[in-house]
Design a protein around this ligand. Structure first.
Ligand SMILES: Cc1ncc(C[n+]2csc(CCOP(=O)(O)OP(=O)(O)O)c2C)c(N)n1
Ligand SMILES: [Mg+2]
Length: 528
């Protein structure tokens, strides 16, 4: 509880309120409309401002910060193009349930109904990719709106909230005696525990699908109590010997196989989007689905529970009988994994990722989007959920590098690895300048196949190898790194890998390791 009794400007009030919410970093990009707030930011040292080189990157960095810390990320941009540049970042955070507060500057309130330079209706634009958005035109609404935005971003299914603030609010003043009563988190509701217990008690071949919203410890506990094999989505993290593999169209064959053979699918903390479900017949899937998530969904299921998975799994665990699924679990564990198909003697992405696994220790890894992302998600092992940061729901090329900036800032400038494709990296490679400015020793491994590989793979399989608009003419990434003052290293064969990784990891500079890999590499793909 904190009481504010000073006369403050809107700009000062925003900073006070964010500070009170525990915000220590803001990712942003200035413009005249928000300069008042920037001026106040410059006068204090509690909140660090990180200037990116593009607003989209600022939003992804705030998102990466949120995923790395579990706290709310904050992005601050100006009106008009500043605001529209964060739309992809908001949609990305929205689909992956990452809590972000976006503050956008807006033209003077008296101009809202007139033609004005840089006026866009960011409220209408972002309605469908934020949990909620607010426009503040009155300083008396400012503080409570920020608290409410934070509460919404951090509560239930987390996600981005936008606050559009008119320029006059930033400079007007308020004498406030506002009390901060922070956060009353929602509890679970509509709980059909008995239905879940009955399904589990009567199942001989259950499987858990663990998604990005599943509580790691509680999933492990119920799986090990009942001998239930666990598969995960790309966003899921599993810490259990009962883990079988990743599920879905780019998943592991064995994980999909046991899902098909199971008699009960217990899906926890996942949206069950088509990346997961489209390799199963809908009725096969839904007829044996027990679905637990914090947000109501319209996917048909035998039993649905809406609420906090941790609390509900504990309740289910208490009531369910010790079951006898040992034979099923052993069967699931012993299904043979598919063999990775090499296409040549050239270096393959899988070689690079396997080598990174040997050296990465406890470093956070982010990825861009494409074949390299799927391979990283399947191969790399982590000590905790927030160590692997990837764009699951939106699949946003250009996310991984700025997300690594957010994660590195969250970890006080620590080394963070970004596994990138040559296509994706070029969507936000200007952020090398941000890494240099804030001395962030991010190590970007570009798996350079000279293609938009994942799309090229679809052309190979479905469009008679017509590689139209997927072949890339790339810059020299080593020279690019060097031009920013970063380290640039090229890897062309297996023997180059180890020395390159050692050199990159022992340096405090940002580094690009340009790994030239087999252009025609394929990743495992499954359909019905
Ligand atoms: C912003 C954006 N544009 C387009 C796509 C469609 N897309 C998905 S993967 C991919 C290719 C990515 O190429 P690259 O980064 O080189 O990765 P690779 O698959 O080669 O490993 C494309 C174009 C996307 N996901 N995001
Ligand atoms: Mg590529």
């Amino acid at each position: 509880m904190q009481t504010l009794t000073k006369t403050l400007t809107g700009a000062q009030l925003i900073i006070q309120t964010l500070k009170c919410l525990g915000v220590d970093s803001i990712f942003g990009y200035p413009g005249s409309v928000v300069l008042n707030l920037y001026n106040e930011l410059s006068k204090q040292s509690n909140i660090k401002h990180i200037l990116t080189r593009h607003e989209q990157a600022a939003c992804h960095a705030a998102d990466g910060y949120a995923r790395a810390t579990g706290k709310c990320g904050v992005v601050l941009v100006t009106a008009g193009p500043g605001a529209t540049n964060i739309v992809t970042g908001l949609a990305n955070a929205y689909l992956d349930c990452s809590p972000v507060i976006a503050i956008t500057g807006q033209v003077l309130s008296k101009k809202l109904n007139k033609e004005a330079f840089q006026k866009v209706n960011i409220i209408d634009i972002t309605k469908s990719c934020t949990k909620k958005n607010f426009q503040v035109t009155d300083i008396n609404e400012l503080q409570k709106t920020i608290f409410e935005a934070h509460r919404i971003a951090m509560t239930g299914k987390k996600g981005p909230v936008l606050i559009d603030i008119t320029k006059d609010v930033l400079s007007s003043t308020i004498t406030s005696t506002t009390e901060n009563t922070i956060l009353n988190y929602e509890q679970c509701n509509s709980v059909n525990i008995q239905g879940a217990v009955d399904l589990l008690n009567n199942s001989a071949k259950p499987v858990i699908i663990s998604g990005g919203g599943a509580p790691t410890k509680a999933v492990k506990a119920i799986s090990e109590k009942l001998n239930i094999p666990i598969v995960r989505t790309m966003m899921g993290y599993v810490d259990s010997d009962n883990y079988i593999g990743m599920v879905g169209i780019y998943g592991d064959k064995k994980a999909n196989k046991i899902l098909k053979e199971s008699d009960l699918i217990f899906a926890i903390g996942t949206r069950l989007n088509d990346r997961v479900t489209s390799c199963f017949k809908s009725e096969d899937f839904c007829n044996k689905l027990l679905y637990l998530d914090i947000k109501p969904s319209n996917i048909p299921a035998k039993v649905k529970i809406v609420g906090d998975a941790e609390i509900i799994l504990d309740k289910i665990s208490e009531q369910v009988k010790q079951s006898d699924n040992k034979i099923w679990l052993e069967y699931a564990k012993n299904i043979e994994s598919s063999v990775y198909a090499r296409r040549s003697n050239l270096l393959h992405s899988i070689d690079v990722i396997n080598e990174i696994q040997k050296y990465k220790q406890d470093m956070t890894v982010t990825t861009e989007v494409g074949q390299h992302q799927i391979l990283a998600a399947k191969i790399l092992k982590f000590s905790s959920k927030n160590k692997f940061i990837t764009s699951g729901g939106l699949g946003t090329m250009g996310f991984g590098f700025p997300a690594a900036i957010g994660a590195s800032i969250a970890q006080k400038g620590s080394k963070v690895i970004c596994i990138a494709g040559d296509g994706s990296f070029q969507m936000n490679m200007q952020e090398l300048a941000t890494c240099m400015q804030y001395k962030l020793p991010i190590k970007v491994f570009i798996l350079n196949n000279g293609y938009l590989g994942m799309v090229r793979q679809i052309q190979e399989n479905n469009f008679d190898e017509n590689y139209f608009a997927t072949k890339l003419t790339n810059p020299d990434f080593v020279k690019l790194a060097q031009s920013y003052g970063a380290l640039g290293i090229r890897v062309e064969k297996m023997a180059d890998l180890k020395p390159a990784i050692e050199k990159a990891f022992s340096s405090d500079l940002p580094a690009i390791i340009d790994c030239i890999v087999e252009p025609m590499e394929l990743i495992e793909h499954q359909s019905i």
